[in-house]
Design a protein around this ligand. Structure first.
Ligand SMILES: [Zn+2]
Length: 412
């Protein structure tokens, strides 16, 4: 007997039943007639695999009220947050990160890869707090943690050792930030050497600026190939790509493709932070459509939540899909159809998830939207009616609305 059957949901464009047994998808078919403990009417509702936040910062979420935010000629968000980080306690980080997790679940996220800042300011307090959150949410929202060097690694004597300690504490991914050090190539080399020695994948914040001469993704791609790490390197941001001449850009994209690098765009942050100087109205969002057309695996993610990087950030990937449609000229119906891949199957591939997707045998991590197709889901910001983790309902959402269109109301 199945544990649960979802009846009549839209799966791969047609109405189908989906049967769940022991936390996995047992069958997808136009009609499943075997018995089940529970059946749920999902007729004509879009069924998707659970959303995946592939690049997010729960440790510095919900701190916008502790800072003045970005001002003309004022400090960068990195500087504003670096000051605040010194005051973060484990308990403080834990409480804010926990809040991020609850919102993410409510919005259909079933797996998250988070950057945990490790440096002279935060030391290892973020690791301790996030590992506590990870244990608490086990089985409800899977949390992968990255040992992340937001402040660079050559400004003090302690950060490199702390990052290694983070890996020893069990963090399975190493995260670099080349633009935070004066010699980005030296930074990148250190990360490849350390990742190779530890046998972990890499996830860089790369090319956040608007100066083409500061490009690093080409060097990262070369190193990825030279060291045989194809498929194990991910880059967030990649804003500089948008500033390259078309021929140069096409060559760089081809190298990225050959290196099997995964790209994660963070449009909400780029739209808030980038192009604030007078010289041009650069919006900073990378070339998602060109990358995708070239065969590069591209994803989008929330990145920041209520802090100087994105004061209105919220862990709602359907919202990110709409922001992306606006920011990257991806509003045609065919484009909105594949935009949802950028918050589901593509990030799943980027972060190495196994048994993920809408296929028999996959884990029943699912979200059911109050929409019949991707364009409607994005346009109407449809409610996430049910969220399932391994076949178990972890969130149920409903919206109520009353629109009064009686003849009397219209003529009044
Ligand atoms: Zn980030």
């Amino acid at each position: 007997m199945d544990d649960l059957i979802l009846r009549g949901g839209i799966i791969a464009g047609t109405q189908q039943d989906l049967a769940i047994q022991h936390g996995r998808i047992r069958q997808i078919a136009p009609r499943v007639s075997t018995p089940a403990q529970t059946t749920l009417d999902t007729s004509a509702k879009l069924v998707l695999p659970g959303f995946i936040e592939s690049h997010i910062h729960p440790d510095k979420a919900f701190i916008a009220d502790r800072t003045s935010g970005l001002r003309r000629d004022g400090p960068s968000p990195q500087v504003l947050v670096a000051q605040l980080k010194k005051t973060f306690t484990i308990e403080d980080i834990y409480e804010r990160a926990r809040r991020v997790m609850l919102f993410a679940i409510r919005h259909g996220c079933t797996t998250m890869r988070a950057h945990v800042e490790i440096d002279a300011f935060a030391e290892l307090r973020g690791v301790e707090a996030l590992q506590r959150v990870q244990a608490e949410f086990a089985g409800v929202l899977d949390l992968q943690l990255i040992a992340f060097a937001q402040e660079g690694i050559f400004h003090d004597e302690v950060t490199q050792g702390l990052l290694r300690e983070g890996l020893q504490m069990g963090l399975p991914i190493l995260g670099g930030c080349p633009y935070m050090d004066r010699d980005p190539r030296r930074h990148i080399d250190w990360f490849f050497n350390t990742a190779e020695a530890a046998g972990v994948p890499l996830d860089f914040h790369a090319d956040s600026g608007d100066d083409p001469s500061g490009l690093t993704c080409d060097y990262i791609a070369e190193q990825t190939i030279a060291r045989g790490m194809q498929g194990r390197v991910t880059l967030g941001h990649l804003c500089t790509l948008d500033m390259l001449e078309p021929d140069h850009r096409a060559r760089v994209i081809e190298t990225i493709r050959q290196a099997g690098i995964h790209i994660i765009s963070l449009p909400a942050t780029e739209m808030h932070v980038k192009g604030r100087a007078d010289k041009h109205a650069w919006r900073g969002v990378t070339r998602l459509e060109e990358l995708r057309a070239a065969g590069v695996n591209v994803a989008i993610s929330t990145n920041n939540i209520v802090n100087p990087f994105t004061p209105y950030g919220h862990p709602d990937l359907l919202r990110q899909a709409l922001v992306t449609a606006m920011a990257a000229h991806l509003g045609n119906l065919d484009q909105m159809a594949w935009l949802l891949d950028l918050i589901t199957i593509n990030p799943a591939r980027a972060i190495g998830l196994k048994d993920y997707g809408l296929a028999e045998g996959c884990r029943a991590d699912l979200v059911v939207l109050d929409a019949a197709d991707p364009a409607q889901a994005i346009t109407e910001q449809a409610e996430k009616l049910w969220v399932f983790k391994a076949g178990r309902i972890v969130a149920r959402n409903a919206r109520t609305s009353e629109v009064f269109v009686t003849p009397e109301a219209l003529t009044r």
